[in-house]
Design a binder for this molecule. Structure first.
Ligand SMILES: *Cc1c(COP(=O)(O)O)cnc(C)c1O
Length: 406
């Protein structure tokens, strides 16, 4: 009996990438093995030449990595056809962290003299990688508002050294969005590559390859794993030739590979992505609507609310506004700290994408060390609270927030 075609996103998340186990284990066991054996010198040679499939050494690849990589490719490419009408071909490489995946992406694709164009409010680690790690190698980053096609065209026309555009949408913590399709259309005319950090949205809510992106990148630590059990990252590319040559080479040489146990946790986390995201999203919408009407709140940043500046854009390029939101308390720094301290149900922690609701106060936590003017200029005001809305029962989340705001 031939295998039935997978038609739904949730079914794909559960089944894609799985290979039957030779010992009939239901789930792929954890291949905790640094190296793999050869039957003969000839076989070793064929594997090294890439003429025979098979594993060699875990820094180069491992069955648990392959399963996670193929699952993620199936989801990022879900329902997307290439110009011949066939399913788009993608290749993924599983990394030890989101930061490691981003490092491989930039170092494998850029050289001294090249410039990266990006926008404001990037994830802190991305901002520092672009502004501290790359410049000594001769790779500079320019930050602009990327919300106008003519301006973008002028930027690319005036500076042919811009070879890469890196996007993060929606972005931390104001949920600002950028128009992926518009940017990719302009970039293609200048043969500039576009990468998208899809961590906040996941492929369930947004598929950058459908809009023309060249690379998609995730911190799998967040919604893909979904349970906060492992740090991880993935780099997905559609240029199979580049992925199988330079990018693969750099991945193997930089050594930022994942490990089999974390890959196993990721595979099993991804299986419930659709169910979890539906609940995360409906809960986030309910929290946003509740806060928007509350007298102690100055402002709610959530693209699902009609007053968010990117409401129309997010509605166009995403299935749902998503699970993350932020809001400003009227009482500034003191109000923010007091709110956090009064919570008794929600979890006080940075990071995002776990089953429980995580609440953080950037001014006293992640951005404590950032000079106040700089912090405020990037939208992180004294009373700003960030929430990764969990999948608990909504009454419990709302009761806790209501009590903490009293
Ligand atoms: C967490 C995060 C990263 C970095 O990923 P790590 O897994 O922590 O290395 C990058 N981008 C976004 C949007 C993130 O939330």
């Amino acid at each position: 009996m031939s295998k039935q075609q997978l038609s739904g996103f949730g079914s794909t998340a559960i089944h894609a990438g799985h290979q039957p186990d030779p010992n009939n284990a239901h789930l792929t066991p954890i291949y905790a093995s640094s190296t793999f054996t050869f039957d003969s010198a000839e076989q070793g040679m064929l594997r090294f030449e890439g003429k025979e499939p098979g594993y060699i050494y875990t820094r180069w690849g491992n069955p648990n990595f392959t399963e996670a990589e193929e699952k993620i490719c199936a989801l990022e490419g879900f329902g997307i056809a290439d110009k011949d009408g066939d399913r788009i071909q993608l290749k993924a490489l599983l990394h030890a962290s989101g930061q490691a995946a981003m490092t491989t992406m930039f170092l494998a694709n850029l050289k001294a003299g090249d410039k990266v164009l990006s926008h404001f409010s990037l994830y802190g680690g991305t901002h520092e990688l672009l502004h501290r790690v790359l410049p000594p190698m001769g790779i500079e980053t320019l930050l602009h508002r990327l919300d106008n096609a003519d301006e973008l065209e002028q930027l690319l026309k005036n500076d042919p050294n811009i070879r890469w555009i890196h996007l993060e949408t929606p972005a931390n913590p104001t949920l600002q969005c950028v128009d992926i399709e518009m940017i990719c259309t302009v970039a293609q005319r200048f043969q500039v590559k576009v990468s998208v950090d899809n961590t906040f949205a996941t492929p369930y809510l947004q598929q950058p390859f459908k809009m023309g992106a060249d690379y998609v990148f995730h911190s799998t630590t967040k919604y893909l794993n979904g349970h906060g059990t492992a740090i991880g990252g993935v780099l997905v590319g559609k240029d199979i030739q580049a992925m199988n040559t330079t990018v693969l080479k750099w991945y193997r040489l930089l050594g930022g590979n994942a490990n089999p146990f974390d890959a196993y946790l990721l595979i099993n986390g991804i299986k419930t992505l659709e169910l979890r995201m539906d609940r995360h999203c409906s809960n986030a919408m309910a929290v946003a609507e509740f806060l928007d009407k509350h007298p102690a709140i100055a402002k709610v940043n959530y693209t699902g609310l009609a007053h968010h500046p990117d409401h129309a854009l997010a509605s166009r390029q995403m299935r749902h506004p998503g699970p993350m939101l932020s809001f400003e308390l009227k009482d500034g720094l003191e109000g923010g700290m007091k709110f956090i301290n009064q919570l008794s149900f929600c979890t006080k922690a940075v990071s995002l994408g776990t089953t429980d609701t995580l609440v953080s106060h950037p001014a006293s936590m992640t951005h404590y060390g950032v000079p106040r003017e700089l912090r405020i200029a990037s939208g992180i005001t004294d009373g700003l609270i960030r929430m990764s809305v969990g999948i608990e029962n909504i009454e419990d989340i709302l009761n806790d927030i209501a009590n903490a705001l009293q």
